[in-house]
Design a protein around this ligand. Structure first.
Ligand code: IMP
Ligand code: MG
Length: 177
């Protein structure tokens, strides 16, 4: 199955990028605490590694959305299916997402979480596909900018599969539907 996939980013490259992002976050929030909010399910692996590279007082929460579209892209409407339970008022929130693609998901989540009146809100995205953006949103911390190819692994899925691959791979055309 996945043997025929081409590796785009190795586990070593991912670990180096995650360490760099954690170091930057630790420096930016020195002396403060942060709440990491992972977008289920894709950001789970990234959040668990990123959290261990953040040397601050940190707590976690998770949020989940459903987006309508094909198996590969967000069409337009994003719906909340699981909200956070942590009080976010006056907290430094870091929204942790696997990939920033059209931007519809993070635009929706940023607006939703702003209602909780956090002190600050930043976005950490492991991957960024800037060429696919439909709405203007940028991440504050980005692991890698990637071309317009569908990728899986390290939390990213195709139809719920491949999240457990340790490397990030390009899903070949023949395997897509
Ligand atoms: P956006 O709302 O279009 O920015 O989409 C973000 C969501 O789309 C991510 O959380 C992923 O679940 C999914 N997504 C976008 N591109 C890819 C990809 O290349 N592989 C796997 N999932 C993707
Ligand atoms: Mg997904």
């Amino acid at each position: 199955m996945h043997q025929s996939m081409n590796i785009l980013l190795t586990r070593e490259e991912i670990a180096a990028a995650v360490a760099r992002m954690g170091k930057q976050i630790s420096e930016d929030f020195t002396g403060q605490s942060v709440v990491l909010i992972g977008v289920l399910k894709g950001a789970c692996l990234f959040l668990s590694d990123l959290a261990r590279q953040i040397h601050l007082n940190a707590t976690f929460d998770f949020i989940a959305v459903r987006s309508y579209g094909t198996k590969k892209t967000t069409a337009g409407e994003v719906q909340l299916i699981k909200d956070v339970t942590t009080p976010l008022r006056d907290q430094n929130v870091i929204l942790v997402e696997d990939i920033l693609d059209t931007g519809l998901t993070l635009t929706f989540l940023r607006k939703h979480l702003q209602q909780h009146q956090p002190r600050s809100m930043k976005i950490a995205a492991l991957l960024d596909k800037p060429s696919r953006r439909k709405v203007p949103v940028e991440a504050d911390y980005v692991g890698f900018k990637v071309p317009d190819q569908f990728v899986v692994g390290y939390g990213l899925d195709f139809n719920e599969h491949y999240r457990n691959l340790p490397d990030i791979c390009v899903l070949e055309e023949g395997e897509q539907e």
